[in-house]
Design a protein around this ligand. Structure first.
Ligand SMILES: [Zn+2]
Length: 313
């Protein structure tokens, strides 16, 4: 565990997945069939955009195989998530093709999405993390049905961790898109920006996708320069977080500013400013005079900002 995880282990969402993925057994279709057919096994169901959870309180986040098949799920499209190490209950996930109107009238299902679940109190951290694994994999399968080399329909293998093309024999693997997310500081002040997509008043750390052939440190320096015009020197990796919207890995860093004049040259940010500790504290406390706030505690951005404010990083 990093220092940040140790200091505040259960606040960030999606980082508490405790399933045993049984990765070395995923080539064994007999093994996976046995698990799929076990009475205790549960299936996480998802449409293109929503999760379908059991409506009844106290249930797990999955359904029986019988229920999944009744909703049109297919056995050959089941992604193996893993086994609970304590109960040995197995979890799979799959997609069901339902229109929004059909979903609305389903009896016995709670229709929701990951962001709502993360912001709410109802789910334990480990179940929320399992759902992030499920959503990332389901999204990949839904959007990678055809071979990117020859265009032939591909087939799910290895419990959903690979798709093979029967025509050209290409193998395709699930994507995880690496993003850097960084708190850039200059002594007692931090650089916070406002992407236009965020809720009104929210100021956050800068962030961006890594590019091929780039180190984390290089990506932090490039993205910060592109978005704010600020040059960055030393960069330190602090923590990381799966961010299943749809399948990112956020790599959290802090970096030391080498220049201080802000120039917004692209459209990634609509505002960017240096904030001293007092102002950041007001933003965190909800007492900022202009109503500026920091992102909610589910995100690594919140963790980076609070870690700096409390001298933990
Ligand atoms: Zn192919």
């Amino acid at each position: 565990m990093s220092a940040l995880e140790t200091a505040n282990a259960s606040v960030m969402s999606f980082v508490d997945n405790r399933l045993d993925r049984r990765a070395t057994k995923r080539t064994d279709t007999g093994f996976l069939d046995t698990l799929l057919n076990a009475p205790s096994t549960r299936i996480v169901l998802s449409t293109a955009t929503n999760l379908l959870l059991p409506a009844e309180e106290g249930e797990t986040v999955g359904h029986t195989l019988e229920t999944a098949l009744a909703l049109g799920a297919e056995r050959k499209e089941m992604v193996f998530l893993g086994q609970d190490p304590e109960t040995e209950r197995s979890y799979f996930a799959t997609t069901v093709e339902l229109e929004e109107d059909d979903v609305a009238i389903l009896d016995g299902f709670k229709v929701t999405d990951l962001r709502t679940l993360a912001l709410g109190p109802e789910l334990p951290a480990d179940e929320l993390s399992m759902l992030s694994q499920a959503r990332a994999l389901i999204h990949w399968h839904r959007t990678h049905r055809f071979c990117s080399r020859c265009g032939h329909p591909s087939q799910m293998v290895e419990g959903g961790y690979r798709r093979d093309c029967p025509s050209c024999e290409a193998q395709h693997f699930p994507r995880t898109d690496a993003c850097v997310i960084m708190l850039i500081t200059d002594g007692d002040r931090a650089l916070l920006g406002r992407p236009p997509r965020l809720m009104e008043g929210v100021y956050t750390t800068l962030a961006g996708f890594m590019e091929p052939g780039e180190t984390v440190e290089q990506a932090v320096r490039r993205e910060t320069l592109e978005e704010s015009g600020i040059k960055v020197g030393d960069v330190r990796l602090i923590s990381n977080q799966p961010w299943p919207f749809p399948s990112n890995l956020m790599i959290g860093c802090v970096g030391d500013a080498l220049s201080f004049d802000i120039h917004i040259e692209d459209d990634e940010l609509e505002a960017c400013k240096w904030c001293d500790r007092d102002e950041v504290r007001q933003m965190a406390d909800g007492t900022h005079p202009e109503g500026h706030i920091i992102p909610p505690s589910i995100s690594i951005a919140h963790e980076l900002i609070m870690g700096w404010l409390e001298n933990r990083i």
